[in-house]
Design a protein around this ligand. Structure first.
Ligand SMILES: O=C([O-])CC(=O)C(=O)O
Ligand SMILES: [Mg+2]
Length: 638
């Protein structure tokens, strides 16, 4: 069989006016080269960049419709956007991925779903048992097998194995069973996977950039086999969920986030690049763990750290251009704010823990209002935890209040109170506060405990972003329920063991009156004969659609109004039926539709703000977003 994705691309090239005009960026070869003519003549081909050990790109001829769809998807993230840097290699060469190699290529392998004709055409006879099965039957079988595992980490490992064996089947499984599998490939199981990543490591799933690579980061990035990258998720592993410093083993997080970019947001897998920056770890246990996969040294800080980050950020721009979205994930507070502030001026950056979490929580609050009444400005907010999530959410609430009331942002911030490990953030502490906490220092006498703060501030909304489990005690929730008919309680810290309280505790201690949401998933709870389905206020609702919107509009910067647009759109997706069940979020089963809507509103805002570069603006952005979304059904290799 003809080899890879390039074949898809090559086939698309034949049809695309862009490519025909030779405007197709790295296609380089244009339509006139002998090889391309050969591709069209044989209606299938593979291209390989011969020099570097790039993966053989195979493509068999697909149906015209399929090819066209891929082409649109590519354009959405854009054929013409492909990196154009010159790679010092010999000219394009063509080869054929077939037989045994094809079965081991996760991007094209279909396992038993290869048809009789494909088996003949691609030298697969005898390499597979005779049965030919559908993709749906494969999904059914794997779900059956997965459910045999009682240990979540075993399910995680089985899913990772599948991703490395058969990518399309992995995504089909995830999309078709999203509610069941999200907790497996993502929070909370991914947290345990990171803790044990050294022991379970089999195949690199992303790129590692370590201090050893200083001065050579560009070369490291060039080793990645894909060129047309649209989204990078990068961590330095210092604050993985609420689990702390997991060093290089934080890689599970970018890998998991990007699986969701594809499954929930429809960004093509080949356009996603997980990266871990390894500057060491201060986690003694890992430093002494013989299976640890990272640099065995304490974390570099200051100049050494920032030089590596700077080299990395420049290299990304040099290779992938300025329209690649760089999502910062799970950096510690002390770097997260600085990196976001510094690079948001020069790069397309988004911090999921500050901005993504803020956007989903604001959506949750906007839909809570439909249950508890009042406007956003009429409520009082108290946070336990004043880090990335706490201050990020607080700021987005203040921005939305300011947008709705036209009051100055400083005034709106006064509706929001934060409590950190030293107590309530008040004016008398201002001198000693870190910069990102200062806007939240209001006039109040010092208060040290959460219970005292609740009793004194009398919030209508209590939000946990502390990273510390079990901190919403019975007394705290009872206090909230004593002066609120419907107390809004969000315990957002991840994974489950770090949640400020469980769903059951929130409902039991508030006599079933809490409007509850959590960062990690909780099962439905029965209280007094009524089933409450807790909503999951996790940034997974936002970043896949947000990223898709950025990609399809060719946005060059992230603007806070784009976050507000995402929140408002998500809030509109929760229905009366969801509210009656107790959830303020729609179920994840509808997430691809929701992501397309979020993408459309984010893209619309980018156009409005003059930040979008993909022109002309598509007339129907939601339809356009949907048409750009990757679907994992098998292609036919005829
Ligand atoms: O990964 C998640 O589930 C949410 C998140 O960003 C975090 O907790 O850091
Ligand atoms: Mg995170």
């Amino acid at each position: 069989m003809l080899s890879a994705r390039a074949a898809a691309t090559a086939a698309a090239a034949a049809a695309s006016p862009l490519w025909k005009r030779g405007e197709g960026g790295s296609s380089g070869s244009g339509s006139g080269c002998t090889s391309c003519r050969e591709v069209r003549r044989r209606a299938a081909a593979v291209r390989v960049r011969a020099a570097a050990p790039r993966r053989v790109e195979a493509v068999a001829m697909e149906s015209a419709a399929e090819t066209e769809k891929e082409e649109v998807a590519a354009a959405g993230g854009g054929v013409e956007d492909m990196a154009t840097e010159e790679v010092p290699v010999t000219p394009w060469a063509f080869s054929v991925a077939s037989g045994y190699t094809l079965l081991r290529d996760p991007h094209h392998n279909k396992g038993l779903a290869f048809s009789e004709k494909e088996r003949d055409a691609h030298y697969l006879r005898g390499l597979l048992p005779p049965a030919v099965v559908s993709q749906d039957l494969q999904v059914k079988k794997i779900m059956h097998n997965l459910r045999q595992y009682s240990v979540p980490l075993q399910r995680y490992m089985a899913m990772m194995d599948l991703q490395e064996r058969n990518e399309r089947l992995f995504y089909k499984l995830l999309i078709d069973n999203v509610e069941e599998l999200l907790p497996v490939v993502y929070t909370p199981t991914v947290g345990e996977a990171c803790q044990k990543y050294g022991s379970i490591f089999r195949q690199p799933q992303g790129l590692y950039v370590s201090l050893k690579d200083k001065g050579k980061v560009l070369d490291v990035l060039r080793n990645w086999p894909e060129r047309n990258i649209q989204v990078i998720v990068v961590t330095d592993g210092e604050r993985i969920l609420g689990l702390g410093d997991l060093g290089c083993q934080g890689m599970g997080i970018p890998v998991g986030k990007l699986s969701l970019y594809t499954a929930l947001g429809g960004v093509r897998p080949s356009a996603c690049l997980p990266i871990t920056i390894d500057v060491g770890t201060n986690n003694e246990q890992l430093l002494n763990d013989e299976f640890y996969i990272g640099l065995r040294q304490r974390r570099a800080t200051g100049k050494e750290y920032h030089e590596l980050m700077e080299e990395f950020m420049s290299a990304v721009k040099q290779i992938y251009g300025e329209k690649v979205l760089i999502q910062f994930e799970d950096f510690a507070n002390h770097n997260a704010f600085d990196l976001l502030a510094k690079y948001s001026k020069s790069h397309l950056v988004f911090n999921d823990d500050i901005q993504g979490t803020a956007s989903v929580v604001l959506a949750g609050l906007l839909s809570s209002l439909k249950v508890v009444g009042g406007t956003l400005a009429e409520h009082t907010y108290l946070f336990l935890g004043a880090g990335e999530a706490g201050t990020g959410i607080a700021e987005l609430i203040a921005l939305e209040i300011s947008k709705q009331t036209k009051a100055p942002i400083e005034e709106c911030r006064k509706k929001v109170w934060l409590l950190d490990s030293k107590g309530l953030i008040v004016n008398s502490r201002k001198e000693s506060l870190q910069a990102f906490k200062k806007p939240w220092a209001h006039e109040h006498e010092p208060v040290t405990t959460l219970l005292d703060a609740v009793q004194s501030i009398k919030p209508t909304v209590l939000i946990g972003t502390s990273g510390v489990g079990k901190t919403f005690t019975k007394e705290v929730i009872e206090a909230m329920a004593s002066f609120n008919e419907r107390p809004v309680i969000f315990s957002l810290s991840n994974p489950t063991s770090h949640s400020e309280c469980t769903a059951e505790e929130a409902y039991n201690w508030s006599q079933g009156r809490a409007v509850f949401a959590s960062g990690s998933p909780f099962d439905p709870v029965e209280y007094n004969g009524k089933i409450h389905v807790p909503g999951q206020s996790n940034n997974a609702y936002i970043f896949p659609g947000f990223g898709l919107g950025v990609v399809i509009s060719g946005a060059v910067r992230v603007h806070e109004d784009m976050l507000l647009a995402a929140s408002e759109t998500l809030a509109d997706q929760a229905t009366q039926e969801n509210f009656e069940k107790g959830s303020i979020f729609p179920p994840f089963t509808n997430i691809r539709k929701i992501s397309a809507r979020i993408a459309a509103s984010v893209a619309a805002k980018a156009y409005e703000l003059g930040l979008a570069t993909r022109l002309p603006q598509p007339r129907d952005l939601e339809k356009y977003a949907e048409s750009c979304m990757y679907t994992p059904v098998y292609r036919s290799y005829r």
